[in-house]
Write a protein that binds this ligand. Structure first.
Ligand code: MN
Length: 297
């Protein structure tokens, strides 16, 4: 059974112990299994405090990571790349201490709206950096889940095909792919087919509507995507990642262009999503069973 979680930003703007307590309490009440907590600035993460709150509510965490331009591992500047490698190792230490269930995010470069195409040298730097970081992660028993982000947030890995090519180039056993319905809606010709193509490499799945509002209220075909997950027998974590200006962190909102209150009530949107995701998983299983019986699958 997939573990279900929510991004911390659905509840609060930050990840202080008090904020995590508020998020954990509400997420647990709904039935979620984990919170997704950013570790991109590991020095700001109160590991012991957060761990004790998660334990108190019987929750786990996933940990997400992205680079800023100062630590962009796909930079052509070797010093910047080295800073990125060092920061990722610290983030992995932090994630390990939090007993993360998955280390995820658009970690292949900075989260940034680039104005130029990525150079071959930049891509090669990212590949070498991620190989080194993957080896470090392996000593901690962790995988790296590389998220394909849309073109406005990354200029290196925008699609499942590019993520798969990165995995192949990095060539380490603990590299996986993270796909996100919001980004796939922009970049993939057929998101359901992209999920099928990721297959065993899929390690994490983000759900969000095309406007990051209520699941099922927009234009994304979740039925098709959950059928794909059933078909590849995806058992990994599924996390809700919807953002609204109601929960505002200025730097986060700036990077992800969160300007509108597409939802107003954290508890309501998280409760609705929990029921919606469960329903999609159950219905996709019934679809799969029926299609097998009829020998279509
Ligand atoms: Mn995402």
């Amino acid at each position: 059974m997939n573990k279900l979680g929510t991004h911390i930003q659905i509840w609060t703007a930050g990840w202080s112990v008090e904020e995590i307590e508020f998020a954990a309490k509400n997420a647990k009440k709904i039935g979620y299994d984990f919170l997704e907590i950013p570790v991109r600035a590991p020095e700001t993460v109160d590991v012991d405090g957060i761990k004790s709150v998660l334990d108190k509510y019987g929750l786990q965490c996933a940990t997400s990571f992205v680079h800023s331009l100062e630590t962009d591992i796909a930079s052509e500047d070797k010093q910047v790349v080295q800073k990125g490698i060092d920061l990722m190792k610290k983030a992995l230490d932090c994630a390990k201490s939090l007993e993360t269930i998955a280390f995820v995010g658009g970690m292949t470069s900075a989260l940034n709206k680039y104005n130029e195409i990525r150079s071959e040298q930049g891509r090669n730097n990212a590949i070498a950096a991620l190989a080194e970081v993957a080896d470090y992660a392996d000593t901690l028993g962790l995988n790296l889940n590389l998220e394909a982000l849309n073109r406005y947030e990354n200029n290196l890995v925008n699609s499942c095909a590019q993520a798969k090519a990165m995995c192949q180039a990095i060539n380490r056993p603990n590299i996986r792919i993270q796909l996100d319905s919001f980004h796939m809606n922009i970049e993939e010709a057929d998101p359901a087919q992209a999920l099928l193509s990721a297959n065993d490499l899929l390690g994490y799945y983000h759900v969000a509507e095309n406007n990051r509002g209520y699941l099922g209220s927009g234009s994304i075909d979740f039925t098709a995507q959950f059928r794909s997950l059933a078909q590849i027998n995806y058992q990994g974590p599924i996390a809700l990642e919807v953002f609204s200006s109601v929960v505002s962190n200025p730097s986060h909102s700036g990077r992800l262009a969160v300007w509108r209150d597409v939802w107003k009530d954290s508890v309501d949107i998280a409760s609705h999503a929990f029921d919606y995701i469960h329903s999609q998983i159950n219905t996709a299983q019934r679809y799969k069973a029926f299609m097998k019986e009829e020998q279509y699958l």
